[in-house]
Design a protein around this ligand. Structure first.
Ligand code: SF4
Length: 326
């Protein structure tokens, strides 16, 4: 169940990285990893943030998690702009925004048992101060993610990829978050396991009223879980819509190309849709193209596209696209 107040508002977020220019560092430059991104998330909903590698989606997630400080823009979470807070003021907010990583193996301490991994944040953050109650809570957390009490005694290397991701989810849940940034949480898993993990995330969302930012490079992965989808290209959102409009009637040529790579089970929709094949590679964010950054790869680009920067504008109610021809 969603309510209307946004839990998170990202406003004109910019994150630039300065590179090179040192003694052996080559010419100096600025990587425009995130270049003016705005979207909001209501409580209990999921926004899918999708794009090819290097489009800025993970950096956007890291800025929301405050693992990166933005160059400019606002990240308003539960009514406070996190970009204005110092480390002490940020502490309570950090707890309520958790992350699930693509590869839980590298984020789980190999020398700790699953029980210790889950008990540690409960103790460190004073969520469950008494030891005996912590053990009960660990068992509850394991049950929430479909693991057994005996899994508490195993080490990460003794678990399958799917079980490790369940531990990663349980560790995020231990912090009692309101927002979870899911950063490609199923990309490293087999397809059959991907569906189980996505179903689990949906069940937990319903049970605990969680809000997700679900980052993925593939539109098919976020299709079932997302209420809204934002498509990113070279640091910008090029299309933003509710799930149905985006998948049934995409407006931006880049979204159409991404969708063309995903088979549609409905033969009627499959027959009607345009098939667009992308040319070339994503350009370097160090030297983004002029005008519409998508123009060198766009199959319908016209001469104006190399000069004009298209703004993300609402083309249909609730459906925005950044294309001068949309
Ligand atoms: Fe393609 Fe031009 Fe639209 Fe950019 S503005 S997506 S280049 S048609």
């Amino acid at each position: 169940m969603t309510d209307e107040r946004p839990l998170l508002e990202v406003r004109d977020l910019v994150k630039h990285f300065h590179v090179g220019g040192g003694l052996f560092g080559g010419p100096a430059g600025v990587v425009r990893a995130v270049d003016g991104v705005s979207f909001s998330l209501r409580r209990g909903e999921t926004v899918g943030l999708v794009g090819e590698s290097g489009c800025g989606k993970t950096t956007t997630g890291r800025c929301i998690l405050q693992l990166e400080r933005p160059t400019s823009g606002e990240i308003v979470f539960e009514g406070r702009d996190l970009t204005k807070l110092d480390d002490v003021e940020l502490r309570p907010f950090r707890r309520r925004i958790q992350v699930i990583f693509q590869d839980p193996y590298s984020s789980l301490n190999p020398r700790m048992t699953v029980g210790q991994i889950l008990a540690e944040p409960l103790a460190v953050h004073g969520i469950v101060p008494e030891r005996a109650k912590r053990e009960t809570r660990v068992r509850e957390l394991l049950a929430h993610v479909g693991l057994l009490p005996q899994h508490a005694h195993r080490y990460p290397h003794q678990l399958s990829g799917g079980q490790r991701q369940r531990v990663g989810i349980a560790r995020a849940l231990a912090m009692e978050p309101s927002l979870i940034v899911c950063d490609e949480p199923v990309s490293a898993l087999d397809v059959s396991i991907q569906a189980q993990i996505i179903n689990l995330l949906e069940d937990l969302q319903r049970e605990f009223g969680l809000t997700y930012l679900f980052i993925a490079h593939d539109l098919s992965v976020v299709r079932h879980i997302s209420d809204h989808v934002a498509v990113m290209y070279l640091g910008k959102i090029v299309e933003l819509a509710d799930r149905k409009s985006l998948y049934d009637d995409p407006l931006h040529p880049y979204t159409k190309a991404l969708l063309a790579a995903v088979p549609i089970p409905d033969p009627e929709l499959e027959a009607r849709r345009e098939h667009i094949v992308l040319r070339g590679e994503v350009p370097s964010p160090l030297r983004p193209p002029s005008g519409c950054v998508f123009h060198p790869r766009c199959p319908i680009a016209i001469e104006r596209c190399a000069r004009e920067v298209p703004e993300l504008r609402e083309i249909r109610p609730g459906h925005g696209a950044a294309c001068i021809l949309a």
